[in-house]
Design a protein around this ligand. Structure first.
Ligand code: AMP
Length: 548
């Protein structure tokens, strides 16, 4: 028997309509590319999204066409989120940190019709314009006063385009499984692959973002969105915030510690979200401004790579802010797990709570998780066994755009994340590695991430990476590669002595190398393939001992 409830499609336009109606005055604040702070609100964003949607129609784009952005976090980018998807077009958010040849590859692969571009990235597109076969025109996201001289063909000004349009529009209604946005993974090998979100997956994921035991965002929050709108839809926050009417604060292109701190302070930010690197830059600024205070900051979402213990501790000690350690992937919209404490942890000393918080968090409603061995056998949830982490659920991809990579799910719809993890009896998941990065030493696995987390706990260490280096006796042994903090002094022997009591004896790196910087991917993750290449012929001191 079929239920008798309304089958209203879950559409992204319903999010902005809701916030415009019930939270119309709630602010959207942006640090603009042009310079000044800009203020608008949900009512205006809805109106201007409608103008933009009308403009897109006059540009001749058709239902299902891809419209791309190459832009920082700002109100204009947010308007594109709602206008493009609201019309039934697909918003392709291009990551500007990809290599230029990857950008031209994905624009052609997506067959983007128009590209909306921030001033900063106009030169990048000028260099690529002759290769972008499907693109009919470009729109520079600025006003007439700031329009650059450019060699881009068929180029228009965003504000002029909007100015010519009415804000009268009823968002069209269509199947909730229609594609809404497209984001390419920045894989470390091969071409980027497209993850194609739907309206249904996005709206369901927005509920996931708002749940009290996840990010728990609500109309009382002011959220500084550091995570880029071009990276997995900024972890779904722009949609979730509209669903609950939270204030949004966008940093534009200024990610330096001072600019981020000023927004946190001046906009009464209660929640912020970003990858660890950004917080390191904030801490560097705070080190030089010891009297800096943030009275409202309550929660910091850290994901994308592991949140170091020292970082969680510092947010707690300096601001009384709680870290929500989160894990996910572009392929997962991206939320998979979120770290909040359970009632039984609340009375424990902070040190013990930290043990829980360094894990990547508990599964959220909507995401099934399991770990398996290489034969596909499920491993126990005992917090010790580690294996391949598999996921499934309504906001997880079923296949890449244009079937790149072919069939990616197993017969029961499980998607292999490529991460290696433990699951404990309380449901907390801890990433121990990427399956490609785990160090296989004498038949046992060593977690490079655990070692990195411990190493960055040393006060003189800015960033650390651990890779496996070939070893005649053990197959592979860990090599620790370290960037020192400015002015920080630490030797190989100091670091090994620091690590020794903190890790299993046989996990101790065989050597330490100091470098000026570490290679990163377009989304800020350590690029270990590059490091492995660089140290491929590295001779560990222990290797010659073993050879003797
Ligand atoms: P992306 O699709 O670029 O967001 O990358 C997803 C990958 O980032 C995951 O598969 C993990 O390897 C890694 N990742 C994301 N969040 C975390 C985290 N909190 N700790 C460790 N690794 C993470």
């Amino acid at each position: 028997m079929r239920g008798l409830m309304q089958e209203t499609p879950l559409l992204i336009s319903s999010l902005i309509e809701y916030s415009a109606t019930y939270h119309g005055d709630t602010e959207i604040v942006s640090r603009t590319i042009e310079g000044p702070i800009h203020r608008t609100n949900y009512r205006e964003v809805n109106r201007r999204s409608k103008r933009l949607a009308n403009a897109l129609t006059t540009l001749g784009v058709q239902f299902g066409d891809r419209v791309a952005t190459l832009a920082w976090n700002s109100y204009r980018h947010l308007e594109l989120y709602y206008a493009v998807s609201g019309l039934g077009l697909v918003l392709h958010t291009i990551n500007p940190r990809l290599f230029p040849e990857q950008i031209d590859y994905i624009v052609n692969h997506a067959e983007d019709r128009y590209i909306f571009v921030d001033l900063t990235f106009v030169p990048l597109l000028e260099g690529l314009k002759d290769k972008l076969k499907s693109v009919k025109g470009f729109v520079v996201m600025t006003d007439e006063a700031h329009m650059p001289k450019t060699s881009l063909p068929n180029v228009q000004c965003y504000e002029t385009l909007l100015g010519a349009q009415s804000d009268q529009l009823t968002w069209p209604v269509f199947d909730e499984n229609t594609a809404s946005s497209l984001c390419y993974t920045s894989g470390t090998t091969g071409n980027p692959k497209g993850v194609l979100y739907s309206h249904r997956s996005t709206v369901l994921h927005s509920f996931g973002v708002c749940m009290a035991d996840t990010f728990g965002i609500n109309s009382g929050d002011s959220i500084l969105v550091i995570v880029p709108l071009f990276h997995a839809n900024a972890w779904g926050i722009p949609y979730g915030a509209a669903m609950c009417g939270a204030k949004l604060v966008f940093p534009g292109m200024a990610m330096d510690g001072k600019s981020v701190f000023e927004l946190l302070r001046d906009e009464g930010v209660t929640v912020t979200a970003g990858v660890p690197t950004v917080w390191l830059m904030l801490f560097q600024y705070l080190d030089q401004h010891k009297d800096a205070k943030l009275s409202k900051l309550a929660r910091v979402v850290i994901g994308g790579s592991a949140a170091p213990r020292a970082m969680i501790q510092r947010f707690h000690d300096q601001f009384g802010a709680r870290t929500m350690h989160a894990w996910g992937m572009t392929e997962m919209s991206p939320i998979g797990t979120i770290g909040n404490l359970l009632p039984k942890h609340l009375d424990r000393p902070f040190d013990e709570q930290l043990e829980v918080q360094v894990k990547q968090g508990r599964g959220v409603y909507g995401v099934d998780l399991k770990i398996t061995d290489d034969e596909g056998r499920e491993l126990p949830r005992d917090g010790k066994a580690f294996g391949n982490l598999l996921v499934r659920g309504p906001w997880i991809t079923s296949g890449y755009f244009r079937n790149d990579g072919g069939q990616i799910l197993d017969p029961d719809n499980w998607f292999d994340t490529g991460d290696v993890a433990t699951l404990d009896p309380d449901g907390y998941m801890q990433i121990t590695d990427r399956s490609k990065d785990v160090i296989k030493s004498g038949g046992e696995w060593i977690s490079s991430i655990d070692l990195e987390n411990e190493a960055v706990g040393h006060p003189a260490v800015q960033e650390a990476a651990v890779i496996g280096v070939p070893h005649p006796k053990w197959q592979e042994r860990p090599l620790l590669v370290v960037v020192k903090k400015k002015g920080g002094e630490v030797s190989r022997a100091d670091l090994l002595a620091y690590l020794a009591p903190r890790i299993a004896k046989w996990w101790l790196p065989d050597d330490v190398v100091f470098v000026d910087e570490l290679p990163h991917t377009a989304t800020g993750k350590l690029l270990k393939t590059k490091l492995r290449e660089r140290f491929r012929d590295y001779k560990l001191p222990s290797a010659s001992d073993a050879a003797e």
